[in-house]
Design a protein around this ligand. Sequence first.
Ligand code: SF4
Length: 146
Amino acid sequence: MTNKPFWKKKELSQFSTVEWESICTHCGQCCLIKLQDENSEDVFYTDIICRYHDCKTHLCKEYQNRSRLVPACLKLTPENLGKIRWIPDLCAYNILYKTGDLPSWHPLISGQPLPNKYKISSHVISELDVPEEELENHIIEEDSND
Ligand code: SF4
């Protein structure tokens, strides 16, 4: 009899819906608006966050409808995990995919809420408050998954 947690016992494709959803820490990193250079295809993170992100609860206000409301909001699946260039380094799905385990700070391991340092900064701005022509002024980081 093994006491291994489900994420170490099963393939990602074998996770139940509840197990899959429990991997998300609601860090909000994937909800930051990203810009892509048309020529190089490099992806740049900004400090602007999706209009549907609730910065108090760190949850999406339209989680069930997100794909319809924001077609660019990609739903992570076991199949597409390794193919998404812009997935944040600290995304728990990304870490699990790459290492086969979750980090010590993940709530499923620590039993504690996600530490603030792994959540998006409280200084992010809603996309509702930023005119499109100013988006480039909010670039904070180029993706590092190349
Ligand atoms: S970056 Fe990953 S862990 Fe963080 S909210 Fe997005 S899907 Fe969840």
